[in-house]
Design a protein around this ligand. Structure first.
Ligand code: ADP
Length: 595
């Protein structure tokens, strides 16, 4: 038999590193990395641009005073053009730098997020819907990215303009400035308070929207079932209902933001009016020139603009902080089963023991699925789990793969409790052939190499031959490079199973879990698959989850699982002779077949 990679030697202990929780700021720092320089340079250019912008009102004021006094306009006009050109170049520079830095940051954040999601234990996926998780990767990252971008493009510029503008105002006319600036702080205070309330509203609306996306995601990923049951209308309604809730919250939030912006702009316009009126009286009294009043007014308008941009930015930053909190929580979440931590050994013999195993699914903690289960499987043995559906057969296999940790008792592999074993390493030594093998929409060879990327073409082919898959793969025009699934060739159930078997053979694990198909294949395929399975099982410890009983008669032992314990154990003939549960199940299946 084909045995590619196996090392020998002493037991080896290796403990992986646990990651430390990060604050949102630390996460930002770590994620942005060296791009922080580009980001900072962008911030500096944005500041410079807003500082240059402060010169514009002054130059315009000078232009107006020159017209009045009859002196030449050429010099102030050239000055104005020079300033506009410099500002435009700075705008181009900061906008490009910040865009690139933010895009790179968000791509890295997305990678980190996806990485940490994939590290989570299976129970995490039982509890969180895929739609919700996808939303984190797309919408939440998007929120953070645009808030970051706008913090610079709008925020830095606006703050620069407000600070610089205030100074300029005082330089032009302290009297007029004082009059105006006494009203501003009060307005800003009220605005900030109101915006805080808006934030909580927008968070609720985002959460509701995420829920509606989950419904759509679920319906689409189960589209065949939806269509088969003609439930399109039902799903549309479910989606519409969720959408309605999110819509009403979003509408409320929209109205409130509208009120906020309306009130803000009215308040700001009143300030302008005040400036016109008071400034006009100062010009009449000869306390300032009309050019100075013009620059004062342009400054005030710029500052108004900056204030309203800041208020928009504020709401944006608030929702981004919501997104960042959710992202950080996820990235910080230590998986219940840390797959990179624990003992790695050099060899696996393949002895398996379940000792008094008790287990409830974390998503349904009150329902005990396994209630003190005991089972011994010796190296090289083939043990089939039979029994009524829902008895716990698949659960036993999931626990052996350590998709979940047991609540009581223990599972030992070669005498070592699996809780102490490095889960990644453990899973590398277990091969799974499931009833509906999931293949990726890529080439056959890549699918085969999924568990063993370093395998050579020769090894892949050898495995495919042993799995009775070589022949049909070669019959495709593109052979091993045929794309499977959506954009390629649709494989039959039997072909998919043989690819899954070849994939398992290539991985060369010492332990095999066979989740036997519930639906029967045609007899030709059945024969080819059975033969392939015999090749796979040779010399390996095998646990078969038997949904149909026809194929397990040759197993070394059959364990009948019911209500989370093993109620009968023995060979097919022993159990048939006993005439109890197993016998009844076989009889029932035979009678179903006859019908
Ligand atoms: P079998 O393979 O014997 O048909 P299972 O092990 O699939 O039985 O299921 C045993 C029990 O555990 C059933 O009651 C089932 O509803 C429940 N169960 C299975 N998977 C999950 C899960 N991911 N979350 C919660 N309960 C589950």
């Amino acid at each position: 038999i084909f045995i590619p990679f196996k090392e020998d030697g002493d037991d080896e202990q290796e403990v992986g590193e646990r990651h430390k929780p990060l604050s949102p700021f630390q996460l930002f720092w770590k994620t942005i990395g060296n791009d922080i320089w580009m980001f900072c340079f962008g911030v500096v250019t944005a500041f410079l641009s807003s500082w240059i912008g402060l010169q514009i009102p002054k130059v315009f004021g000078k232009l107006i005073d020159s017209t009045k006094s009859g002196s030449s306009l050429t010099q102030p006009a050239l000055h104005a053009v020079a300033i506009l050109v410099i500002q435009a170049s700075l705008n181009f520079l900061y906008s490009t730098l910040i865009s690139i830095a933010c895009e790179r940051y968000s791509a890295k954040l997305r990678n980190t997020l996806f990485e940490s999601m994939l590290e989570q234990e299976i129970a995490f996926y039982d509890k969180n819907s895929t739609g919700d998780l996808l939303n984190r990767i797309s919408s939440d990252v998007q929120l953070v990215r645009s808030a970051l971008k706008h913090s610079v493009s709008l925020g830095v510029k606006s703050i620069g303009q407000i600070v610089g503008g205030t100074i300029s105002l005082f330089l032009i006319s302290p009297k007029l400035s004082l009059g105006m600036l006494t009203i501003l702080p009060a307005m800003v205070g009220v605005g900030t308070f109101y915006a805080g309330w808006l934030k909580s509203l927008s968070l609720r609306s985002q959460a509701a929207q995420a829920q509606s996306t989950s419904v759509a995601e679920e319906a689409m990923s189960n589209i065949r079932t939806v269509v088969a049951f003609s439930n399109q209308e039902y799903e549309s309604q479910r989606f519409a209902e969720k959408n309605k809730k999110s819509l009403s919250l979003a509408t409320e939030s929209g109205i409130q933001i509208g009120i906020f912006q309306g009130v803000t702009s009215m308040a700001l316009s009143s300030i302008s009016l005040l400036v016109y009126w008071y400034g006009g009286t100062l010009v009449s009294a000869g306390e300032m020139t009309s050019g100075q009043l013009t620059s004062f007014i342009i400054h005030t308008m710029n500052m108004q603009n900056s204030f309203s941009q800041l208020s928009i930015l504020f709401t944006q930053i608030m929702s981004a902080m919501g997104g960042m909190t959710r992202i950080t929580e996820l990235i910080n979440k230590t998986p219940a089963i840390e797959s990179g931590v624990g003992i790695k050994r050099n060899t696996v013999v393949g002895d398996i023991q379940f000792r008094d195993v008790q287990f409830s699914y974390p998503a349904r903690p009150h329902i005990q699925v396994l209630k003190g289960l005991n089972l011994d499987i010796k190296q090289g043995q083939v043990v089939a789990l039979a029994g009524p559906s829902g008895g716990g057969k698949s659960t036993i296999a999931s626990l052996l793969e350590r998709f979940y940790d047991v609540d009581g008792g223990e599972i030992l592999i070669d005498g070592v409790p699996i809780k102490k074993i490095n889960a990644k390493w453990l899973r590398n030594h277990i091969g799974i052939v499931s009833q509906e093998p999931s293949l990726f929409a890529t080439t056959i060879i890549e699918n085969l190499r999924y568990g063993c990327p370093e395998a050579t073409e020769q090894q892949v082919m050898e495995a495919a031959k042993l799995a009775n898959a070589h022949q049909f793969i070669e019959s495709f025009p593109l052979g091993y490079n045929t794309i499977v699934g959506e954009r390629g060739i649709q494989l039959s159930g039997g072909q998919k199973q043989r690819i899954a078997i070849a994939r398992a053979i290539l991985k060369n694990p010492q332990i095999i879990i066979l989740d036997e198909a519930t639906s029967a294949l045609d007899s030709e395929s059945e024969h080819l698959v059975q033969e392939a399975l015999q090749n796979l099982m040779k010399g390996r410890t095998t646990l078969i989850i038997a949904h149909r009983l026809s194929t397990v008669q040759n197993a070394d032992a059959i364990a009948v699982v019911k209500h989370g314990v093993i109620v009968e154990y023995g060979s097919h003939s022993q159990l048939m002779a006993k005439k109890q549960l197993y016998y009844q199940l076989v009889q029932r299946q035979l009678s179903l077949k006859d019908e």
